[in-house]
Design a protein around this ligand. Structure first.
Ligand SMILES: CC(C)(COP(=O)(O)OP(=O)(O)OC[C@H]1O[C@@H](n2cnc3c(N)ncnc32)[C@H](O)[C@@H]1OP(=O)(O)O)[C@@H](O)C(=O)NCCC(=O)NCCS
Length: 201
């Protein structure tokens, strides 16, 4: 298993062929795909064609539960197409059964930390439909701030498109300030902060 990152509860690892079934099930849930393609099913063929492309540059990783190995979904963290040098885009998609447990925030915070401290990232950005409130909340809880709302032209717009797309961003300087503030709040102000989530023994 090629592990990229571990957090208190998650392992982000390279995709394998076995994940095609997991991805098929994930994208087969209309609620998961609601703000991505309006909830249309994605064919297994398309998934099989695409999944191996999910490991380029910074990458896209399968997220599994650290102790059970259960497939939870995926995270991506990669230089933005046409973006400024050092600008990295964050994304995530998780199974509906595990929503609301803080996994997306936990993985995002860990990726952001690794990006700024090890991978040379200067700015992290994330985009979603304005109406995707769960995704926006994850961005906020991960320290990103609303940077802009913009409108795109779509041939077949999804419900809610009229409210536009939002972009959130976090610079390395702001992340360092947030990190210092988190450390200040620690009892005794000592020891490393692991993305605000203690490692589960
Ligand atoms: C977006 C997604 C990854 C969030 O995953 P998650 O593990 O549930 O996220 P977290 O538990 O870390 O945080 C979710 C937050 O959103 C909040 N939230 C969820 N639904 C919400 C809604 N409809 N309105 C407002 N807030 C909402 C939760 O209450 C939680 O905030 P809180 O901790 O302050 O209570 C998950 O919903 C998902 O996979 N969605 C489908 C794919 C997708 O839309 N990806 C993003 C595309 S850009």
């Amino acid at each position: 298993m090629e592990v990229f990152l571990k957090t208190g509860r998650l392992i982000l690892r390279r995709f394998t062929e076995d994940d095609v079934g997991h991805l098929f099930d994930l994208d087969g849930d209309p609620e998961v795909m609601r703000f991505l393609n309006g909830g249309k099913p994605v064919s297994r063929k398309e998934i099989a064609r695409e999944y191996h492309k999910r490991f380029e540059g910074f990458g896209c990783w399968a997220a599994v539960e650290k102790f059970t190995g259960e497939f939870l979904g995926w995270f991506e963290f990669r230089p933005r197409e046409g973006g400024n040098p050092g600008e990295v885009e964050l994304g995530y998609r998780l199974r509906r059964s595990v929503w609301g447990k803080g996994y997306a925030t936990e993985g995002s915070r860990a990726l952001i930390q690794k990006g700024f401290t090890e991978l040379g990232a200067r700015r992290v950005v994330a985009q979603t439909m304005a109406v995707n409130l769960a995704s926006r909340r994850v961005m906020e809880k991960s320290g990103l701030e609303h940077a802009r709302t913009f409108h795109l032209e779509w041939e077949d717009p999804l419900p809610g498109t009229e409210h536009g797309e939002v972009e959130y961003a976090l610079t390395k300087e702001d992340w360092e300030r947030q990190d210092a503030a988190r450390r200040e709040q620690l009892p005794g102000k000592a020891g490393p902060v692991e993305q605000g989530f203690p490692d589960v023994p």
